[in-house]
Ligand binder design. Structure first.
Ligand SMILES: Cc1ncc(C[n+]2csc(CCOP(=O)(O)OP(=O)(O)O)c2C)c(N)n1
Length: 624
């Protein structure tokens, strides 16, 4: 047995795996698990999926040469082992920290990462595209997609399987089946995979028969030929995974995803097969770590252990938990309120416990979920869809076609709207304002505090029209002033001053109030507006400030292009107001990297001092 850290220290590239025996690979897997646990506990990150895919990662890199061949990880949240053995071991301590390694595949980090990913169910499509592109360009490479049992049930993955079966290109899809998404995988496909898992493995059957036939010296070769025919017959009768065979894939498995020898032999068996092949591998989420194995749901992703000095935020409840409580209170009084989550169980877990018959979690299927919600609404229910901003992007057309075009009263509660922190660019929720604002019929809101969130939810459910409320990934702010009743499309003025105005949206209101405090200390009297609505925008409020107050700054936790500030400018222009004294603060036209939310907001001038500085600069530019 090797000393801990001995073998990992010798792996500078995947080629170094070739010299290791199966026993040494097992020992390496244990070292890698220890390293993943150490760093994830400190920096936060995806624990269960990474611990579950260590042997699979080693076996893939052992059998293929991904310096030439193509490896695409679905979602990409399970790539820590891949990072450790593809030359990034020395930086692994910086995982998910600002300026450090990303928690997901990243093309800038390594040629072994082909796509910057974080959204699910894209890998089969991109790997198939690579396979076709490489063939057209006469490159001899293998394409491999690794996809989880949660992600394979998603529309895009099914579209890709459908296309791959028809194209019949060489493509290996490895189905990494741990029977878990973030929580237990849901849906009919999951039930099917459970059946498949309990059936005898097709690859064992094949090997046993092949081994028996090889022992017959005279007839062995001929019998192998016969075996190919038997194979088809066997596949059609007893093969588990018949569904994949019917789609045009060679199906192999289920294989034990923690038996490195079996994985290597099976991958070697299937890697030269022509056409699309699906290898079904069974793994255990959280493998090798008691806590992660026993609490697979909560250990899917782990928050960083923080030293008091590093703590970003005071220990107050999150916006998500306040939303979740409010939803339950509302639903207790109104039996037509239904809740949907889209594979993010924590958003509506309280609701699910209290009102299971009105709760729906269709899995990772944002498009279907919104269509389904439109159906519920048309049947007279009041669906509330809790969805991350970044994943809502998947369902833009359903917001347009199933919801806004029908004027269907669906309430979208857009969580993690704005910069989300260490998950980085694939997860920042900065495009929802611009992405929804141009759709007729929808009302867009963002609350300054949880009491206002509750009022917005109550109002939205009473208006009988499509509405969206965005909430950030942070703790709720300290109690805010104001609290006027909510009127559709009306902003709230929180404090008055003649020297400048800050028009803030949602999570930025607390920063704007703080900025006004800084400015007051320097003798600058500032009006602070809690905009409440990005659509419709309060035209009277805009007319009262733009062109009247010498410096007007809008602040939003979202993309500037087409966002909240743009709405203020459009509104001002439509009223013939001069906009020279207006500046917009928000996320510029770049993909913002990972870091803590506070670091990122500060870097973009969206913290209180940044907002105050922008006001002072604008006043200087305006000569006041
Ligand atoms: C479009 C989209 N929706 C939701 C998510 C959030 N998410 C990240 S991992 C995950 C579970 C994926 O399950 P599975 O594919 O089985 O992989 P496992 O985590 O079990 O390894 C989910 C829902 C996402 N990444 N992308």
């Amino acid at each position: 047995m090797n000393d801990m850290q001995n073998i990992l220290a010798t792996i500078n590239s995947p080629a170094d795996l070739a010299k290791l025996s199966y026993e040494q690979l097992d020992a390496l897997a244990a070292e890698i698990r220890a390293e993943i646990v150490r760093v994830v506990y400190r920096n936060g990150g995806h624990l269960g999926s990474n611990l579950g895919s260590v042997e699979l990662t080693l076996a893939l890199h052992f059998c293929f040469d991904f310096a030439n061949d193509r490896l695409v990880w679905d979602v990409g949240h399970q790539t820590y082992c891949h990072k450790l053995i593809t030359g990034r071991r020395a930086q692994f301590d910086t995982l998910r920290r600002r300026g450090g390694l990303s928690g997901f595949p990243n093309k800038d980090e390594s040629p072994y990462d082909l796509f910057n990913t974080g959204h699910s169910s894209t890998a089969i499509s991109t790997a198939l595209g690579l396979a076709c592109g490489d063939k057209l360009r006469e490159q001899r490479r293998k394409a491999v997609a690794v996809v989880g049992d949660g992600a394979i049930a998603v529309g895009m993955a099914f579209e890709a399987l459908n296309h791959a079966g028809a194209l019949a290109e060489n493509l290996l899809v490895v189905l990494n089946d741990n029977s878990m998404s973030i929580s237990k995988t849901v849906g009919a496909l999951s039930a099917y995979l459970t059946q498949v898992r309990s059936a005898p493995a097709y690859l064992e059957l094949k090997r046993d028969v092949a081994a028996a036939l090889d022992k017959l010296p005279i007839f062995g070769g001929t019998m192998r030929h016969v075996l190919d025919h038997i194979k088809v017959a066997v596949r059609d009768s007893v093969t588990p995974g018949r569904m994949f065979s019917d789609l045009g894939f060679h199906y192999y498995g289920p294989a034990d995803g923690h038996d490195i020898g079996e994985l290597i032999e099976t991958l070697n068996d299937v890697k030269e097969l022509p056409g699309p092949t699906l290898l079904h591998v069974i793994t255990e989420k959280g493998r090798g770590h008691e806590n992660a194995r026993n609490h697979q749901h909560c250990m899917h992703s782990v928050a960083p252990e923080k030293l008091p000095a590093e703590t970003d935020e005071p220990n107050r409840p999150s916006w998500t938990s306040r939303f979740s409580h409010s939803l339950v209170e509302i639903a207790a009084k109104d039996s037509t309120v239904a809740a949907l989550t889209v594979a993010m169980p924590d958003l509506t877990s309280e609701f699910r416990e209290q009102f299971p018959e009105r709760h729906f979690d269709p899995g990772i299927c944002e498009q279907h979920a919104l269509g389904f919600a439109a159906g519920l609404a048309t049947a007279g229910m009041k669906p509330v869809v809790a969805i991350y901003s970044t994943f809502l992007q998947r369902a833009y057309d359903q917001v347009f076609h199933e919801i806004c075009l029908q004027n269907a009263p669906v309430l979208l509660v857009i969580d993690r709207a704005g910069l989300v922190g260490n998950d980085g660019p694939t997860h920042h929720g900065v495009f929802d304002i611009a992405g929804l604002r141009h759709l007729p019929n929808i009302t867009l809101m963002a609350p300054k505090d949880p009491a206002e969130l509750r009022r917005m939810m109550d109002s939205a459910l009473s208006w009988g029209r499509p509405c969206a409320i965005r909430i950030p990934r942070e703790s709720i702010p300290q109690e805010m002033p104001g609290g006027e009743p909510l009127a559709h499309g009306k902003a709230e003025i929180l404090c008055h001053g003649d020297d400048a105005a800050i028009i803030a949206y949602g999570a930025m209101v607390s920063r704007a109030m703080e900025a006004a405090g800084i400015l007051a200390g320097e003798g600058i009297g500032t009006t602070v507006v809690n905009a409440r609505f990005a659509k419709p925008i309060d035209a009277d409020m805009v007319a009262g400030l733009v062109g009247r107050v010498p410096a007007v700054v809008t602040v939003e936790d979202g993309a500037l292009a087409g966002g909240f500030g743009s709405a203020v400018l459009e509104c001002a222009a439509a009223q013939g107001l001069g906009t020279a004294g207006v500046r917009l603060l928000g996320v510029p036209d770049v993909f913002v990297e990972h870091g803590t939310r506070s670091e990122l907001l500060a870097s973009l001038g969206l913290d209180a001092s940044g907002v105050a500085d922008a006001v002072k600069l604008l006043r200087k530019e305006r000569g006041v």
